[in-house]
Design a protein around this ligand. Structure first.
Ligand SMILES: NC(=O)C1=CN([C@@H]2O[C@H](COP(=O)(O)OP(=O)(O)OC[C@H]3O[C@@H](n4cnc5c(N)ncnc54)[C@H](OP(=O)(O)O)[C@@H]3O)[C@@H](O)[C@H]2O)[C@@H](O)CC1
Ligand SMILES: [K+]
Length: 504
């Protein structure tokens, strides 16, 4: 069992529900004792570690095998001298085989098992006690029943912390969406800790998963089978490891690549002043370690005074695109359309963001140009950084459909445009043709402000310019960007311009 944090250095595979089921079938045959016995023991160990002084442990057990995990855990905790009470939803006779065996074990051991909520306990429990959510795991694809919603609400209102087994009840393990539609305290368990079993699931790290799982632990239950035996191929991998971005001592500014930021439509052109977006991307490229950063503001004849003195400024027609890593689109407005064909055709390495993506979505010829970059003899690296709505425009779908399956959306877009995709949002997904898809684990809600996307684009350009492949650059930049936010002092305002200066 191990805790999954953004700094875990070994690769962690992510499986959708279908893959977890396949893994379960493969291991079940090999595993003695049964997987549920292992899952229950592991859950009990973690419960004890989380609440060693608990005077009450309440287990809410559902009608399937997730409930069986809870019953098995209750049995161990009771045998170890803890005061445990189980509320079992549904009839014990209708439990699946393993869960029924767990129920019988618990009964034999003398665990109190009721069919209703422990109202008196719920009033008395303190933050030293513990609730265990074993209502639903990966076996649900619909909103919890009304009675279950009552139980969820009571658990969320209780003063004791919550340990969710496998998945917080009400969360879809594949998408990170809430089965009941909205993340209210009635529709989904808001856990302090989630112990996920067999494999990490994508929904824990994406969408609402990041808000309702708390600290995530993983037990692969492979003790009885061959170690690390993952039967189905992973659907994705967690993007966790701290990147090595150390520069060699014997280097000069030309060793670390040249980035040109093309964007920042001025107010005078179409009444929308967006130069700030391009300046943010440029600052991020600079602080990300690029050797030289050139700011090329669209339709702006004069030098921009917002820009730091470290930045060079040049009009677009003076850029030698064939030698540059170009970051295009940040605040590009409509003006980006006047230069996008040249950028797609000639830039050596390219990061396309925001208005650049919207322009490509509206023009099939530019989509073909973008795709053809991977077919050039030098296979020009391209990274696109859409948020869900921009991805939906490119895919011809809706933002809601993208959010329903972020892994699939990122992979489909990457295949469609033959480039690396960073699908932004809670749990950014990085997909590239022929590379393992990653789900980024760093970052938090403080990044949900204007300008942070420009910072990510600039940082990705910086990593590309310094020699990383498109996939590596995207993975490293996404992680670094989130990591900076994770280490931001809580009493200090996080703004995009300050973020651009504190990328580490
Ligand atoms: N097998 C093993 O050895 C191992 C299994 N493991 C554990 O098993 C979990 C998967 O178990 P599972 O497949 O039984 O699914 P689970 O999540 O318990 O729910 C199914 C039950 O809930 C019911 N139900 C569904 N939706 C509902 C709703 N909205 N509201 C109310 N009820 C609803 C559904 O009823 P039905 O849909 O049939 O009417 C059915 O009775 C997995 O997450 C892990 O914890 C691990 O320990 C590894 C070893
Ligand atoms: K659960």
């Amino acid at each position: 069992m191990r805790r999954l944090t953004p700094t875990v250095s070994e690769p962690v595979a992510v499986l959708r529900k279908a893959g977890v089921r396949a893994q379960e079938r493969a291991l079940q045959a090999l595993s003695t004792p049964s997987l549920m016995t292992l899952a229950g023991l592991s859950s009990a160990h973690l419960a004890l570690a989380l609440a060693p002084h608990a005077r009450r442990i309440w287990v809410a057990a559902g009608p399937g095998n997730n409930g069986g995990d809870g019953l098995q855990a209750a049995c161990h905790l009771h045998q170890w001298g803890m005061r445990v009470q189980v509320s079992l939803m549904g009839s014990p006779e209708q439990l699946p085989t393993d869960a029924r065996a767990a129920w019988q074990n618990a009964l034999r051991a003398g665990v109190p098992i009721h069919s209703s909520l422990p109202h008196a306990w719920l009033q008395e429990m303190t933050d030293q006690d513990l609730c265990i959510d074993a209502l639903l795991g990966i076996g649900s694809d619909r909103p919890p029943s009304d009675v279950m919603q009552d139980w969820i609400e009571q658990m969320n209102q209780c003063a004791a912390p919550i340990l969710a087994l496998d998945v917080p009840t009400g969360l879809d393990a594949d998408s990170g969406q809430i089965l009941g539609g909205s993340p209210t305290r009635r529709h989904v368990v808001h856990a302090d800790t989630t112990l996920t079993l067999l494999a990490a699931k994508p929904g824990l790290f994406m969408g609402h998963g990041r808000d309702v799982c708390g600290n995530i632990w993983l037990d692969t239950l492979t003790r009885a089978g061959p170690a690390n035996s993952l039967v189905p191929p992973a659907d994705a991998w967690l993007n966790t490891a701290k990147p090595n971005t150390k520069k060699t001592h014997a280097s000069h500014k030309g060793s670390h690549g040249d980035v040109a930021i093309v964007g920042g439509e001025p107010m005078a052109l179409h009444g929308m002043g967006m130069t700030g977006a391009a300046v943010l991307a440029a600052q991020a490229a600079l602080h990300g370690g690029a050797g030289r950063v050139i700011l090329s503001l669209l339709g702006a004849p004069a030098e921009n005074t917002l820009a730091a003195p470290d930045l060079m400024q040049r009009p677009f027609h003076r850029l030698d695109l064939t030698q540059l890593t170009v970051v295009a689109g940040c605040g590009g407005g409509q003006a980006i359309a006047t230069v996008l064909g040249d950028i797609l055709l000639h830039s050596a390495r390219l990061v396309l963001d925001a208005d650049g993506l919207n322009a490509v979505a509206a023009n099939p010829d530019w989509q073909a140009l973008l795709r053809s970059r991977s077919e050039t003899p030098d296979q020009r690296a391209t990274v696109i950084t859409p948020h869900p709505l921009e991805a939906a425009r490119l895919l011809g779908s809706t933002a809601q459909e993208v959010q329903q399956d972020r892994l699939q959306a990122a992979q489909a877009l990457s295949a469609q445009l033959q480039c690396t995709v960073i699908l932004k949002g809670s749990g950014s997904v990085i997909a590239s043709p022929g590379e393992p898809t990653r789900i980024n684990t760093s970052g938090n809600g403080r990044l949900a402000i204007g300008g942070t996307g420009d910072v990510l684009a600039g940082l990705t350009g910086s990593r590309l310019a310094q020699g990383q492949s498109a996939h590596e650059a995207a993975c490293t930049a996404a992680w670094q960007h989130g990591n900076a936010a994770d280490h931001w002092p809580s009493n200090d305002a996080l703004t995009a311009s300050r973020l651009a200066e504190r990328l580490h």
